[in-house]
Design a protein around this ligand. Structure first.
Ligand code: ATP
Ligand code: MG
Length: 385
């Protein structure tokens, strides 16, 4: 019988947290495979999926590859731990002339033959039945893993598939992702979700200066993230009146600094209301005028929640590569304008002095502007396919 063996990193699974992590991971596996028929059981240090429809194996695996906390998986043949059975399973392997090696792992020692001897013996049987294959211990094309577990079963697999890694979603609290339509912020959300953080998103628009299509783009990005996140709640908030007010009353070169300070304030309010413990942005040091050290200092100063910026040290190219990998890139490059591009100053300040920022900001009625934005909030819940 074929089963799918799921492996998770155990280094962080110490002490009493372990059961919690495993329970959350198990729940997330079940959620990701909603609609499929299968059995899931926990075996020592692994999960096992059995009794699934083998015609669905590919699509099941592609779902599992997106479950955070799973590090690798293998399709394996499962059999009772019996030497003759193991030998005849090895005899049936078809290696197609490839270089291989056998790696036996005896988690259970009930079986008297040592791993090294087993490797040699099973390797010999495989060679007998695959005349054109060769043993290569250091650089094999195929590693045949013979996993003898404590549960009385042996699992033989010939390939290991990388999964998303990280920590199970839901084991690190909740955060609010500032989600623009750009390339960076979805990637930032992905990285922190991968550390176990549940993500809600906030998007600022300047309707009618920005179009409905810009909002749709953000919904599509959130949907794409649902491959990993399951569901995402998006808080959509207007900043039109704020931009108009800044445009009317303040030094235009400070538009972005002032707007971003307002965005942070609004985000903090919404985070607190929804019990979200951190704000997340896609900022990367020096990428644009608003992401210099001085600009970040000026925007960071108005909030007390921790702000996570997982991309701060990344090059744009690295971020783009990850965006492609997780499928958000194609959506992000669609050409709908972001509210930050409305009333864009010719010479945005790159080193805003805080006294000047405060002086410009004193021309605004911050509480009133904030309240109006919060009133405009629209909540959209999206989920994957
Ligand atoms: P991105 O590619 O994520 O849009 P960017 O390189 O365009 O980033 P900025 O426009 O300076 O950089 O935005 C920096 C960060 O501020 C974004 O990564 C995002 O977290 C947040 N942000 C910017 N615009 C918006 C918006 N309209 N709604 C929500 N968050 C935003
Ligand atoms: Mg942007």
């Amino acid at each position: 019988m074929n089963v799918i063996l799921l492996r998770y990193g155990e280094i962080f699974l110490k002490g009493h947290n372990r059961r919690f992590f495993e329970q959350v991971l198990q729940q997330n596996i079940l959620l990701s495979l909603k609609g499929y028929n299968f059995d899931l059981q926990k075996i020592s240090g692994r999960f096992e999926i059995s009794n699934y429809d083998e015609t669905q194996e590919k699509s099941i695996i592609s779902k599992l590859k997106k479950v955070f906390g799973l590090h690798t998986l293998s399709v394996a043949e499962k059999m009772e731990t019996d030497y003759e059975t193991i030998k005849s399973a090895c005899a049936k392997l078809d290696l197609n002339g490839k270089k291989f090696r056998v790696t036996t792992n005896r988690a259970s020692k009930i079986f008297p033959v040592r791993s090294m001897e087993l490797n040699a013996e099973l390797g010999g049987i495989i060679l007998e039945n695959n005349k054109d294959a060769k043993v290569n211990l250091h650089n094999p094309d195929v590693e045949i893993r013979v996993d003898i577990r404590e549960n009385g079963y042996t699992y033989i697999s010939t390939d290991v598939i990388e999964c998303a890694g990280g920590m199970p979603l839901g084991t690190a609290g909740k955060g609010l992702l500032l989600l623009s339509g750009g390339i960076d912020s979805p990637v930032a959300g992905y990285f922190l979700a991968r550390r176990g953080l549940v993500i809600e998103a906030i998007h600022f628009h300047s309707y009618p200066y920005t179009s409905e299509l810009a909002k749709q783009k953000v919904i599509n990005l959130a949907k794409k993230l649902c491959d990993y996140l399951g569901t995402v709640k998006i808080h959509v908030v207007s900043v039109t009146h704020i931009q108009e007010e800044i445009h009317k009353k303040c030094d235009g070169d400070f538009m972005i600094t002032l707007l971003r300070r307002m965005m942070m304030r609004i985000s903090q309010k919404i985070a607190e209301k929804n019990e979200l413990g951190t704000l997340i942005t896609g900022e990367s040091l020096g990428q644009v005028a608003s992401q210099t050290l001085q600009s970040i200092k000026a925007t960071n100063a108005v909030v007390s929640l921790p702000v996570f910026r997982p991309l701060i040290g990344f090059d744009k190219q690295d971020i783009m590569n990850i965006a492609k990998k997780i499928g958000t890139y194609e959506i992000s490059i669609q050409p709908y304008e972001d509210c930050c591009t409305v009333f864009l100053p010719k010479n945005p300040v790159t080193k805003p002095r805080i006294e000047k920022v405060l002086k410009e900001e004193s021309k605004l009625n911050i509480e009133e502007l904030l309240a109006k934005s919060l009133e405009s909030e629209e909540i959209i819940e999206v989920s994957g396919n």
